[in-house]
Design a protein around this ligand. Sequence first.
Ligand SMILES: Nc1ncnc2c1ncn2[C@@H]1O[C@H](COP(=O)(O)OP(=O)(O)O)[C@@H](O)[C@H]1O
Ligand SMILES: [Mg+2]
Length: 394
Amino acid sequence: MNEPPADQLSRDVLRVLPGIIEILSRSGRREGLLASVVDLILDATGADACFLHRWDPEQRHLRMIAASQPYDELVGRIELAEGEGVAGWVAKHRLPVVITRDKWSDPRYKYIPELGGDRYTSMVSLPVASARGRLMGVLNLHTVDEREFTRDDLEFLTATAALVGAHLETEDLIEATLAKEAELEALVQSTLSAQETERRRVATEIHDGVTQLVVAALYRLRAAQTLVGGDHPAAGELATAVGLLEDAEEESRRAIRRLRPPVLDDLGLAAALRELAQEASEAVDVEVRAPHQLQLADTVELVLYRVAQEALRNVAKHARADRVTISVDVDDDEVHMAVVDDGCGFDVAEAFAVREGASYGMAGMRERVEMVGGAFRVASEPGKGARIDVRIPH
Ligand SMILES: Nc1ncnc2c1ncn2[C@@H]1O[C@H](COP(=O)(O)OP(=O)(O)O)[C@@H](O)[C@H]1O
Ligand SMILES: [Mg+2]
């Protein structure tokens, strides 16, 4: 019999417990974290081998995730089906098992040569559950000498198993959250690229359809102009029609330019913004302040580009401004873009209000920004110009 006196055990437990609590309160699946817990459990109890198995509720089996030396090499390689061996029995019945002697005659015991079962005499196997009572794993403890596990032993082990269970559950939750986040990011990416694809399709359709027809009609009308000559009574009408069709051609080319995704990949955001500024320069003076080398994710660049595009379109269409400034700056945790004009301003609440048949410009900008986790703010008062601020974390 090898059983430390009760006061010795509680002294060991008191010495070791703060370490266990400290380690298990760290989050994340970190190398060696559970191995240290297993060592501390041995330290506190004076047992000789300790194994922690993780329960996989889908596969319904246990997989060893931590072991005291020299079994640490086997981590990840030992698996037990539900009901297999003592640990499998504990997983199935969610009850602790204590075997003091003669485990070979216990029908639940399964000899696993790698785990050196013949070296050990007594054992405890405990279910490891989460705070919500979900089975997270099984904790096994073995001693070389025969040992009656005391109530204090079991109390300590039960408390430790509860801490381990809470830790494993936190690990699961963190992992699930990260997976969700990655999924969401992929969704945003594919939604944005679907929008771009759709824009490109519409641009191609305008180009190959309406634009070609307009160009053909212009060609015919010019031919007709030549045929009838300048003195014919229809000459004035023909000239007007030619003018209208020229406007239509120009208009559809402009629409195509707006729809086509910019060459962000080739030029980068700063250059693409300058190109936008150039296009808008007929209507208003545009100044772009952006560093040449911006290290931003493609989706973020695209969102900023589209917001600047719509903001400039709005300035040209509504603001009667003299000047507009687009500035981009990046710091450690976010990129900030501001579009500021000195035009007539407007009532922001009204611009966002859902109106029948209203344009989607404002809401669309905000939606794109929020899709990538950013914040979109508009500030304006009638007569006082307008300012759009976009902040996107990166
Ligand atoms: N820079 C601006 N200056 C003045 N008014 C603006 C500006 N931007 C937006 N607005 C106002 O907000 C309204 C909503 O804009 P938006 O949603 O883009 O729709 P749309 O441009 O098609 O009218 C505009 O109709 C206009 O009245
Ligand atoms: Mg608009």
